[in-house]
Design a protein around this ligand. Structure first.
Ligand SMILES: NCc1cccc(NC(=O)c2cccc3[nH]c(C(N)=O)cc23)c1
Length: 232
């Protein structure tokens, strides 16, 4: 998160840190006791590495009452996701067991109504991603508020030039923005998860490259289907 601020500890109890060999690589969030939603791009180089999910954390290193690392029992990247574009950039992770829910570990509801969030709506995004252009990585969860920009503005020739589909949404990236390691985290508008951070053009803090999110509502049926089939 570029030019954000430290989040109030444990006030975003749905936040997950996806870790490879003990190192934070992506964000994610709890959508059900045994399920974390993140971005498919986050598992691009995981083969052979220990893949874990940290819940209940504010600091990545300090001991905290309800912090706990979970093993991943199964991973379900969206079948349409691929390394060449941002389409269907969603990942469902089934934890080894149901997370113990408490003040620091809670589920975040996601939007199920497939309707665009109005432009200029101020939403919030949080993560342990890099906080400056030299790639500094924070120990404690950061957050930033960003206004939604319309798909038409985001698709302008000088911005993302028509690549933003109706399954994506954008926020203004002038100065304050998401960055490397924030992928997979939720864009929260009015207390509901509307989008999942995708790296897109990978650029951070440049107003000409607005931040891109995979909208969640269009994928509600896929999410429900995976959770139902895996539990069965
Ligand atoms: N503001 C939009 C936004 C949202 C989330 C992430 C990113 N930017 C990256 O993720 C990124 C940035 C720089 C080098 C990088 N190398 C790699 C990589 N996977 O090797 C990713 C990156 C940008």
């Amino acid at each position: 998160i570029l030019r954000g601020s430290e989040a109030r500890p444990h006030l975003k109890p749905y936040m997950a840190s996806l870790q490879l060999d003990g190192q934070h690589v992506c964000g994610g969030f709890l959508i059900a006791p045994q399920w974390v939603l993140s971005a498919a791009h986050c598992i691009e180089e995981t083969h052979g590495k220990l893949f874990q999910v940290l819940l209940g954390a504010h600091s990545l290193t300090e001991p905290e009452p309800h912090k706990r690392l979970y093993q991943v029992h199964a991973q379900f990247p969206h079948p349409g996701s691929n390394i060449h574009n941002n389409k269907d950039d969603l990942l469902l992770l089934q934890l080894e067991e149901k997370a113990e829910l408490n003040a620091d570990v809670r589920v975040l509801p996601f939007q199920r109504e497939d309707r665009d969030v109005a432009a200029d709506t101020v939403c919030e995004v949080a993560g342990w991603g890099t906080t400056d252009h030299s790639g500094s990585r924070p120990d404690r969860l950061q957050q930033v508020e960003r206004p939604v920009i319309s798909r038409d503005v985001c698709n302008h020739r000088t911005r993302h030039d028509g690549t933003i589909t109706r399954n994506m949404m954008c926020t203004d990236s002038r100065r304050k923005d998401t960055c490397k390691g924030d992928s997979g985290g939720p864009l929260v508008c009015g207390g509901v998860a509307e989008g999942v951070v995708t790296a897109g053009s990978r650029v951070c803090g440049n107003y000409k490259k607005p931040a891109i999110y995979t909208r969640i509502a269009p994928y509600a049926a896929w999410i429900d289907g995976v959770m139902a089939s895996a539990d069965a």
